[in-house]
Design a protein around this ligand. Structure first.
Ligand code: ZN
Length: 308
């Protein structure tokens, strides 16, 4: 039985039975969230053995439910409770749930709209390629936040239209953008076939437009690096959390490379074991090499220091 003195508890909420024998005071207090800290101790003591002001003839049957700090999402509720001075009513959380639902409805509507535009573009490719390009460009501009389901296919189709129209510079830019965007997504990524045809198109357009000097970004090998990070104790939720915190920091979706790199650095900080450090630094050197970035030699030197 969790008590208010248990420091593993993040917060409590009052749970009433909510049947015909429940009094109006308990009904009102049902779902009240209270932070588990010093400042709320008096209040919590008052609720610990039921609601004192309960007027039910059957006596109060409310219980104080403790939520552990380790429970998913409890840290967010604690932050909100702290902001609110320690106490928040059930209605507050109901409002939040309503807002979330509204947001997911809007997202679904936008997804449907993006799909409709995409289908329209596909139909127009044969008869009016300029209009198809205009539609695809508008999807890219207006829907870059909805995820890869339509976004990546649109970039692929747009590159095809640009090549047909002999807009080689635009085509090259869009292919680079497509592969860079692909590196941000975990699911619905380009297939191997997509990547092959995009690379071939890139080479063709480069021959037509030799002034273009930029290279294609390297495809992030998600399966391989995730498997390696798993071995160092990271799970999907670590991946997810890091991705979210990087997105908040940079105010845009991070690339998978950035997420993997951040996790490698976390592993380094948490490792005290020489063998692990040797392996980690070696993997990080491989990673940089695969990315075509500098610094791998330095990391190999560091790795050597930990080799037993
Ligand atoms: Zn009552």
């Amino acid at each position: 039985m969790p008590t208010i003195y248990d420091t593993n508890i993040a917060y409590f909420y009052i749970s009433a039975i909510l049947d015909e024998n429940t009094c109006r005071i308990c009904k009102e207090l049902d779902g009240l969230h209270i932070l588990n800290n010093e400042s709320q101790l008096e209040k919590l003591r008052g609720y610990e053995k039921g609601i004192k002001s309960c007027i039910s003839l059957h006596g109060c049957r409310c219980i104080l439910v403790g939520v552990l700090k380790e429970e998913l999402g409890s840290d967010k509720i604690v932050a909100e409770l702290k902001k609110a001075g320690g106490i928040l009513p059930k209605s507050y959380f109901k409002e939040k749930a309503k807002k979330r639902l509204k947001q997911s409805e809007i997202l679904k509507e936008r997804n449907d709209l993006a799909y409709e535009l995409y289908s329209r573009g596909r139909k127009l490719e044969k008869t009016n390629i300029t209009e198809a390009i205009r539609i695809y460009t508008s999807i890219i501009k207006d829907f870059q936040d909805i995820g890869p389901t339509y976004f990546l296919p649109v970039l692929l189709r747009l590159s095809l239209c640009y090549e047909k129209k002999k807009n080689y510079r635009e085509c090259l830019e869009i292919i680079r953008r497509g592969l860079a965007e692909n590196n941000k997504f975990t699911f619905h990524r380009f297939t191997q076939g997509d990547i092959t045809s995009l690379s071939k198109r890139f080479d063709r357009c480069k021959q037509k437009y030799p002034r273009y000097k930029k290279q294609l970004p390297k495809i992030f090998n998600f399966g391989k690096w995730l498997e390696i990070l798993y071995k160092f104790g990271f799970s999907n939720s670590d991946w997810e959390e890091t991705s979210i915190s990087l997105a908040e920091k940079f105010e845009k979706r991070p690339s998978l490379n950035d997420v993997a790199w951040t996790l490698f650095n976390k592993a380094i900080v948490n490792s005290k074991n020489s063998k692990r450090l040797y392996e980690l630094y070696s993997h990080m050197a491989d990673f940089l090499e695969e990315e075509g970035k500098e610094g791998s030699e330095k990391l190999r030197d560091v790795a050597k220091k930990y080799k037993l």
